[in-house]
Design a binder for this molecule. Sequence first.
Ligand code: TYC
Length: 109
Amino acid sequence: MSEQNDEHEQQGSYDLAVEEARPKVKQPPLYRVVLINDDYTPMEFVVEILESIFGMERTRATQVMLEVHTKGKGVCGVYNFEIAETKVAQVMSVAKQHQHPLLCTMEES
Ligand code: TYC
């Protein structure tokens, strides 16, 4: 090491502005899980889905079911990709087991 360098180190006098890089972090996207209206799935079945899969109280589940029924679709909840995908699969699976044409999808939020 040169004499000059030695001197700088001892004095701590490098004129360098050291700035830490900003961490490149991005919030993961969120997805709305959406129920679609149809003419055949019983209202009670939809309410039970909203209670059992989306953890809603009966009053909230009834409101959401009626919103889907009157407006054509409605949001059941907002989740990360994996959870949204699992909820959609659970709804579709239970609907199929009961032979109801209920549709559930997810949309980036
Ligand atoms: N429209 C259905 C009926 O009158 C009820 C229903 C509500 C169906 C919500 C699907 O996602 C749905 N029985």
